[in-house]
Design a protein around this ligand. Structure first.
Ligand SMILES: N[C@@H](CCC(=O)N[C@@H](CS)C(=O)NCC(=O)O)C(=O)O
Length: 243
């Protein structure tokens, strides 16, 4: 079967898995999850934690967690430098970068998402969460800005890897939450985000997120409805999904 990526809107971290799938250039399908609505119950069979992204691989296995999905896509694209063959120094560098992004950078936004999702109005809690989130985000953006000084891509090199797909997906959140403006104080990150925003795969993923439709120059073979999928054939290799 062709792999299926389950992506969430609005503004999900799963945008990275869509960008990376486009960069890979091999056939794949998408399933859209409206995260603010009631989630389809069938999705629990792909990811019982009810989080996106999730994937059904070409073998019909469920794969959860951005890091695992991006490593999977990257390894399939090792020949072109989207990821790297396991056991190589480059693969170690990519694993290290992805780990940083999915833990420290993602976690910096947690208080802001908590405020957004839960609509917290308690005056004793709201400013504390806001300040903690803003300080954490600024610290990580300062680190990333320094890292990108003189570099086109997160790992250096001449082409983006799956780590760049993830940084683009998360990097837009600071402005989404009105924490900062990249152009003011983060010039390298601003240049990097501007350049990626022009990339055809990134534009495709943003259009898909916004409108549910877009022109693919990669391997997109269309959306599937989750109700069309025969989940009974999916097998769960993910430790989290099997729990
Ligand atoms: N550790 C997971 C986190 C996934 C996650 O939290 N996804 C968010 C969107 S960015 C989600 O599905 N949120 C919906 C919810 O928590 O209800 C990963 O890295 O894939």
């Amino acid at each position: 079967m062709e792999p299926i990526i389950f992506y969430g809107v609005p503004s999900g971290c799963s945008l990275a898995s869509v960008i990376a799938s486009e960069w890979l250039g091999q056939p794949y399908h998408l399933v859209r999850i409206e995260m603010m609505d009631k989630w389809p119950q069938q999705f629990a069979q792909v990811n019982p934690r009810m989080k996106t992204p999730a994937m059904l691989t070409a073998h019909g296995d469920s794969l959860t967690e951005s890091l695992a999905i991006l490593q999977h896509i990257g390894q399939r694209g090792a020949a072109t430098g989207l990821g790297f063959a396991p056991g190589t120094p480059d693969a170690d560098r990519l694993a290290s970068m992805l780990s940083y992004l999915v833990t420290d950078l993602f976690a910096a936004f947690a208080p802001l998402w908590k405020l957004y999702d839960a609509g917290i109005d308690d005056p004793a809690v709201k400013p504390v969460l806001r300040k903690y989130g803003e300080d954490s985000v600024r610290a990580e953006y300062a680190y990333l800005d320094q890292l990108l000084d003189g570099r086109n891509w997160l790992l250096g090199g001449t082409r983006p890897t799956v780590a760049d797909a993830y940084l683009f997906a998360i990097g837009r959140w600071a402005e989404y939450h009105k924490v900062l403006t990249l152009e003011e104080g983060y010039p390298n990150l601003a240049r990097y985000m501007r350049k990626l925003a022009q990339d055809p795969a990134v534009r495709f993923a943003l259009d898909i997120e916004a409108n549910g439709t877009a022109h693919s120059s990669g391997g997109f073979r269309g959306h599937l409805s989750i109700t069309q999928l025969d989940m009974s054939k999916a097998s769960f290799t993910s430790t989290l999904a099997a729990a």
